[in-house]
Design a protein around this ligand. Structure first.
Ligand code: RNT
Ligand code: ZN
Length: 423
């Protein structure tokens, strides 16, 4: 059932007053929210398959599960699905592309030979829709990564191939950034690691440092491209040792002033990333987040409005970090409608930010500084049941996207009109 606009407006009027009583300006919160761009990942739409060949996601220790019908088979279909998803999400956002989503026109182009021309359609589409682009070299689903090693491989030829891929991707990223007038974050994640106990942990880390140094030595304009490195604890098939661990990349990022990418699924299963943000931003200007949801392992479930997500958003707002943190999403679920997955996850990210922007932060800080931890806890708990949903619905209404679950009817229609025709 469609929610009526007048119902949303009257609920909002009451909610606004309730927040005002706490010294919070709901209008100002929404105005700030409007400016936040979330980088939506292309890979939710086709189960991290990419368009280089038929085989889809192979290796790398990441996995999609499920076979919900309607997966995008071409870049054109993927863009159509993204258009649909984006039309149901308030605000103007970004698209995060992987190199494996190059459009090669039926030709075989190796990953060390890619160029901006292979992403022309993506770039045109982003420009037409006012979207920024982010980018990722693809270090998985490739014969040269089959032994589990890429940039830290002991094989010099392999390494050279992957170094060249990295350099080319940074150049492509800079081209995106320059063309679109907003810097592209190019994020490096590699799967390298061992299933079982390594005899020589050190050698791969030294090699990885050397490979990264070579990649980043290539001159690329920082105004157009920002480099990020993503750490990880373990993957399927790399349970005992991941070369690019947290300590490895934190050291690398701090020494070389690169962005560190924190993926919510890349730490111990009970460890959140919210508390890490202000620590790392003490030493780095900017970071990248991969907002994800691990269930028992780094399972990349669709992001929901969990405590963990709220904590991340609260940290971004409380620390005034929104301009220093690039928010990317990283989840992939093939067991539900893929367009719906994007919509749910992205809307939840935005919702969490709205929740955080509606917090009476100064008052909480005042209580804390005065040593009134009782008052701090009491107020924090009270905030959870304020009429936040009424502000969210109103925000959607203002932004011209469906409120409540009204978006679902549109996804269902798209499923029967478009997705169901895909075999
Ligand atoms: C893998 C990393 C990485 C990938 C994407 C597809 O564990 O999280 O970010 O999910 O590059
Ligand atoms: Zn990630």
């Amino acid at each position: 059932m469609k929610i009526s606009a007048s119902g949303i407006e009257s609920a909002y009027a009451l909610a606004k007053k309730r927040y005002e009583d706490l010294g919070v300006d709901a209008e100002a919160a929404m105005a700030r929210l409007k400016k936040v761009a979330v980088s939506m990942h292309c890979w939710q739409g086709d189960d991290v398959g990419g368009f280089e060949n038929e085989s889809g996601l192979t290796g790398g220790g990441i996995q999609t599960t499920g076979n919900y019908p309607g997966k995008a088979r071409t870049a054109t279909e993927l863009r159509a699905d993204l258009d649909k998803a984006m039309s149901l999400i308030p605000g103007t956002h970004r698209l995060n592309l992987h190199a494996s989503y190059a459009e090669l026109g039926g030709k075989k182009v190796e990953r060390d030979q890619l160029g901006p021309e292979h992403f022309k359609n993506w770039l045109d589409w982003a420009g037409e829709n006012g979207l920024g682009l982010d980018f990722n070299p693809t270090y998985f689903s490739h014969p040269k990564a089959n032994d589990g090693f890429t940039l830290s491989s002991l094989d010099e030829n392999n390494r050279k191939f992957w170094i060249d891929h990295g350099i080319i991707c940074r150049q492509i990223g800079a081209h995106f950034g320059k063309t679109l007038g907003t810097p592209c974050v190019t994020n490096f994640w590699i799967p390298d690691g061992y299933k079982d106990i390594p005899a020589n942990r050190k050698v791969h880390r030294e090699i990885l440092r050397d490979s990264l140094d070579k990649i980043f030595a290539a001159p690329v304009d920082q105004h157009h491209n920002l480099d990020a490195v993503e750490c990880k604890l373990f993957g399927i098939g790399s349970e005992s040792y991941v070369v690019g661990s947290h300590e490895f990349y934190m050291g690398y990022a701090v020494r070389n002033q690169k962005l560190l990418c924190l993926d919510a699924g890349h730490f111990h299963p009970t460890e959140g990333i919210a508390d890490k943000i202000s620590s790392i931003l003490t030493y780095l200007d900017e970071i990248l987040l991969h907002v994800s949801r691990g269930v028992r392992w780094d399972s990349d479930h669709v992001v929901i409005l969990s405590d963990e997500l709220r904590d991340i958003a609260l940290e971004l707002v409380r620390g005034d970090f929104l301009s220093r943190v690039h928010i990317g999403l990283d989840f992939f679920d093939a067991s539900i409608n893929r367009v719906a997955a994007w919509v749910i996850g992205t809307r939840c990210m935005i919702k969490a930010l709205l929740y955080a922007l509606l917090e009476p932060h100064q008052e909480l800080c005042r209580l804390e500084a005065a040593g009134d931890f009782t008052g701090r806890l009491a107020l924090m708990e009270e905030l959870k049941t304020l009429p936040f949903g009424a502000v969210w619905d109103y925000y959607c209404l203002q932004m011209g996207v469906p409120a409540g679950t009204d978006w679902l009817a549109e996804v269902r229609k798209y499923e029967s009109d478009v997705l169901s025709g895909r075999q």
